[in-house]
Design a binder for this molecule. Structure first.
Ligand code: AMP
Ligand code: MG
Length: 533
């Protein structure tokens, strides 16, 4: 292969201790952060879709990205110069219970590339075969879940939500056997591999497993490495002696808490439900990571979860995401106790999460409502009542907020519900007392907007930049998957283009802004998802 692109660095591999065993079989790994492992060969890789923006940023030439070599590399069949592939070791709490060693069971890291603008990006194949952390599973991923990861992580990026990204989606040419509904009906499905990209893939669970195993020194090394590479501004404080190392650890934890809060705020802003907020799926950089049985709110419902496995407890329901984030941070703090000699400060940071989150949440809602700034005197009531109003009758969250910008507070004769009517499911069934209550909120909102006295056009622009027109509605992702299973990738590509400008009107694509059709209400993939992927 003649390749003249960026060379891969392996800072992670070079800086942290490796598993001494290099054979690829399932095992408990001790005293190491990662195990070297090669991707398993696939039979006929072909590139289905890729991000030109990311490929440009990384520095892959047009020629390379359209070559068969690209498909070979991003399916794991070939390595680029400098790549030294590995799977990392982590643990985690799954659904509130400590699960022991998990690790990259089907993710294989290829290394990092330095960027011209500074910083670096790590590349990771998801579905490239078994690793020492596969726990008996095949290390593969199916097309359906890969389409979901590719489209959603990219959609989130363009919405402005912190997330890992996707460089490519490659078909492997092999089939994978999955029991999608865990009902004994296994089926062959097409296999695929997504190349995920992030500045780092370090998870809470990386620290947790070191702590549980009592590997203090390893924990410290990992934390020092993370601070040096992923939090260079904190590292600078250490270098110039402004803070002690213990102080830096606390500053680091404080920053992880804030980044996590900021990420969840953004999920709440766009109506995203992660679905599996286990601590192994939490990035210390506050990036949305591990797109599994996630979903997007159609009707605004704080209790909704897309994850069929969680249907009963609803631990990871939309409205509980901030609390779970904080719970997860408690687990991370517990791990740090091994090397941070100041439980009281860690606890204070954790408690402060609540105030910080609530403040950010209010401000975020203020922006969605087009307010100049959040005024706690009046706006506390406004958003509390809004929260209730949105749940009185099934109301599409995305459409509601988007159409809110069309509301003119200077037109007293206009009924608020007429402006947002397209957001209601079964609008003809709304009881009159509910209409009255919603309109009463509209009156309050109009009064508040008049007090701000912002030109309507200006407010619209402002609101349309925070209330997306297009999100990856569950049924749309499922339709793209259904077509892809028939070998038709047009919708996948069309959605990808659409979701790169989620705040633009894109009048030719309005059909993708429509609310969930009735047929999708209870259809698998559209309302409920299994973890099997
Ligand atoms: P997840 O629920 O996707 O976050 O995965 C939880 C754990 O199971 C992680 O350690 C994954 O690497 C592992 N895992 C999930 N699916 C597979 C698979 N098909 N093969 C190997 N490991 C897997
Ligand atoms: Mg995971």
């Amino acid at each position: 292969m003649s390749y003249r692109g960026p060379l891969f660095e392996n800072r992670f591999v070079k800086s942290l201790p490796a598993d001494e065993i290099s054979q690829n079989y399932g095992r408990q790994v001790h005293g190491a952060i990662y195990s070297r492992v090669s991707p398993t060969h696939v039979s006929a890789p072909s590139t289905l879709i890729l991000s030109d923006e990311l490929a440009n940023q990384i520095g892959f030439s047009q020629e390379f990205r359209h070559s068969q070599d690209f498909a070979e590399v991003f399916s794991g069949n070939k390595l680029l110069p400098g790549m030294d592939p590995y799977a990392s070791r982590y643990g985690g709490h799954q659904f509130g219970h400590w699960a022991g060693q998990l690790g990259d069971g089907r993710a294989i890291n290829l290394g990092e590339v330095a960027l011209k603008e500074g910083g670096s990006l790590a590349l990771q194949l998801k579905g490239a075969g078994a690793t020492p952390y596969s726990r008996g599973a095949d290390g593969r991923a199916v097309l359906r879940s890969s389409v979901r990861e590719f489209l959603c992580s990219e959609a989130m990026h363009y919405l402005g939500v912190p997330t890992t990204r996707a460089l490519s989606l490659v078909l492997t040419g092999d089939t994978v056997i999955r029991d999608m509904f865990y009902d004994g009906n296994s089926q062959e499905e097409p296999g695929a591999i997504v190349c995920r990209v992030a500045s780092s893939f370090t998870r809470f669970g990386h620290f947790q497993l070191c702590a549980v195993k009592g590997e203090n020194e390893l924990l410290e090394r990992l934390l020092d490495y993370t601070i040096e590479v992923d939090f260079p501004h904190l590292h600078a404080h250490e270098l110039n002696g402004t803070y002690s190392r213990q102080d830096i650890y606390l500053l680091w934890f404080d920053e992880v808490c804030r980044k996590t809060a900021d990420m969840v705020i953004e999920w709440m802003r766009v109506g995203f439900v992660h679905g599996v907020m286990n601590t192994d799926n939490m990035s210390v950089l506050g990036l949305t990571i591990d797109y599994g049985p996630y979903g997007w709110l159609d009707n605004y419902d704080l209790n909704w979860t897309p994850n069929a496995t969680d249907a009963e407890m609803r631990r990871y329901r939309f409205g509980q995401q901030p609390l779970i984030a904080q719970w997860n941070l408690w687990q991370l703090a517990n791990s740090l106790l091994l090397i941070v000699d100041d439980a009281a400060s860690l606890e204070k940071i954790l408690v402060d999460f609540t105030g910080y989150y609530e403040q950010q949440w209010r401000e975020m809602l203020g922006r969605k409502l087009g307010l100049r700034s959040f005024d706690s005197g009046t706006d506390e009531i406004l958003i509390a009542r809004l929260n209730r109003v949105l749940q009185l009758h099934e109301t599409d969250m995305t459409i509601f907020f988007r159409t809110l910008a069309m509301f003119d507070p200077y037109l007293p004769e206009a009924r608020f519900t007429d402006v947002v009517m397209s957001a209601f499911y079964q609008p003809e069934e709304i009881p009159s007392e509910v209409l009255t209550e919603i309109n009463a909120w509209g009156d309050l909102y109009a009064e508040r907007l008049r007090r701000d006295d912002m030109a309507t056009e200006q407010r619209r622009l402002f609101m349309n930049a925070v209330n997306p027109k297009y999100v990856l509605r569950n049924y749309l992702a499922q339709q793209a998957i259904d077509h892809a299973h028939l070998g038709d990738y047009a919708m996948l590509r069309e959605l990808y283009v659409l979701l790169q400008a989620p705040y633009a009107e894109q009048p030719e694509s309005v059909r993708f802004a429509e609310k969930r059709p009735e047929w999708a209400r209870h259809k698998a993939g559209c309302s409920m998802l299994s973890c099997s992927s």
